[in-house]
Ligand binder design. Structure first.
Ligand code: SF4
Ligand code: SF4
Length: 88
């Protein structure tokens, strides 16, 4: 499943990444892959910004801004729709 395109706020610092694979194992949406010993975002638009990869990375190579991208956009759209339906 993909969410809204290009809104997830997540980055991987490949210079810090040691390729341990923990982020792959904890990610519930298969967002991250490893190539040549370095993690990269193979399915960024599937990220729900849960922060599991960020919390579990032993070298702090992942940065996730929780709730400012996809999740926030979806929640905002709910409120926008509910406001619009009240004014009709
Ligand atoms: S958990 Fe961190 S060090 Fe391990 S593969 Fe993922 S980004 Fe790299
Ligand atoms: S924040 Fe959550 S969904 Fe996004 S890549 Fe990390 S573990 Fe996967």
């Amino acid at each position: 499943m993909k969410y809204i395109k290009n809104v997830a706020k997540i980055e991987i610092n490949q210079e810090k990444c040691g390729g341990c694979g923990i982020c792959l194992n904890v990610c519930p949406h298969a967002v991250i892959s490893i190539d040549e010993g370095k993690a990269f975002l193979s399915n960024k638009d599937r990220c729900i910004e849960c922060g599991a990869c960020d919390i579990n990375c032993p070298v702090n190579a992942i940065g996730v801004e929780k709730g400012v991208g996809c999740a926030s956009a979806i929640i905002s759209s709910w409120f926008t729709r509910s406001k619009a339906s009240k004014t009709i």
